[in-house]
Design a protein around this ligand. Structure first.
Ligand code: AQP
Length: 330
């Protein structure tokens, strides 16, 4: 069986360094090991209210970000989820396979619905069925995910096995591929919650499009712990440990070496170094995003090509699924 990788990001806002460390950075390496499908998952984005004009902007910015971090359209298929209709169709069908109790156990749904109360739509609840469809449509074998998405990949595996048992061998059962350090980057304004695109304040995250001064301001204002020693201890010092983790991912420096380097220097010096490390890493990405956005024709052409290739594979799989389930006419 051919190894294949699928992943996606919701175009719900600007992409932040949590998305970069937890997902994008891995993707650009993975494409050298596997054929990859990288999708802008706009159907997932609308599971919470979006402004239509802004959503279109965010879709193109997200696609430009994929390219800017090094996703190579010659190696990988880059496309927009809603442009391949089979995602929605298979999402519906898998919704008939997954159990309500399984969806109720999803911690991401619990967290997101707690914040939104009565206004939660059914789509947010059935989100994992659509995510399973995204993955299973392409015979994906590996799914690079942050810790927060692991539960959804586990459920995808359950759904695939159940479908195969009920209707015969149809889907490949995929594996999660997770980074051990820095899989969960926490908010700069609150190290007890993960950094999130839809955070209330932009002080929560560093966007890949933030200019240098904004990065400096956000890092310098990031919440710290009591005391002043720069040491890694996620339980006792969650804020500084989070900043150390980001520093590690920006510079490749081991945590112990960074602790040594800043021993006796206090938080201020460390934060200044962190801000410069982040800038050095993301400023070229920001410039490339701007270049892709300035040349819409190139971006559109690449997205057309990605869509066509994805459609071809998805159509083939859906023909098999319809056949196995006895839908429609032959
Ligand atoms: N804080 C994070 N640390 C590490 N990885 C993260 N990811 C997200 N936040 C962090 C990883 O980024 C990928 C894309 O995520 P998504 O857009 O599908 O949705 P999400 O996980 O819900 O990301 P956000 O930023 O929190 O968006 P909103 O606020 O819109 O829900 C995933 O691989 C995820 O693990």
């Amino acid at each position: 069986m051919k190894a294949l990788c699928f992943s996606g990001i919701q175009p719900t806002n600007v992409i932040h360094i949590g998305n970069y460390i937890g997902a994008l950075k891995q993707w650009s390496d993975l494409q050298h090991r596997y054929p990859c499908y990288f999708c802008v998952v706009d159907l997932h984005a609308v599971t919470v209210t979006q402004d239509p004009k802004l959503l279109r902007e965010n879709i193109l910015n997200t696609a430009a970000t994929y390219l800017a971090v090094g996703i190579d359209p010659k190696r990988s298929r880059l496309f927009i989820q809603s442009e391949v209709k089979e995602h929605a169709e298979l999402g519906w069908l898998l919704g008939t396979i997954v159990k309500i109790a399984e969806l109720q156990r999803m911690t991401q749904f619990k967290d997101k619905s707690k914040k939104r109360g009565e206004s939660v739509g059914v789509g947010l609840f059935t989100y994992p069925a659509l995510m399973a469809a995204d993955i299973l449509l392409y015979d994906t074998t590996v799914v690079p995910v942050g810790e927060d998405q692991m539960q959804h990949v586990e459920l995808t595996r359950t759904i695939a096995r159940r479908f195969n048992q009920q209707f015969g061998d149809t889907f490949v059962v995929p594996e999660s591929l997770i980074q051990t350090t820095g899989a969960r980057i926490m908010g700069l304004d609150d190290p007890t919650e993960k950094m999130s695109k839809s955070a209330r304040s932009p002080m929560n995250y560093i966007a890949l499009t933030d200019d240098d001064d904004t990065v400096r301001k956000k890092v310098m204002r990031a919440v710290t712990d009591s005391g002043d020693d720069v040491s890694y201890d996620p339980k006792k010092k969650p804020a500084i440990s989070n900043l150390l983790t980001i520093y590690h991912h920006m510079t490749g420096t081991h945590l112990k070496d960074t602790e040594k380097k800043f021993s006796g220097k206090g938080y201020g010096d460390f934060k200044k170094a962190l801000a410069e490390a982040v800038i050095e890493h993301i400023a070229p990405v920001r410039r490339k995003i701007a270049e892709y956005r300035k040349d819409p024709q190139q971006l559109m052409k690449l997205l057309d090509e990605g869509r066509d290739a994805a459609c071809e594979a998805a159509e083939k799989k859906m023909n098999l699924v319809r056949d196995r389930m006895g839908l429609g006419r032959r």
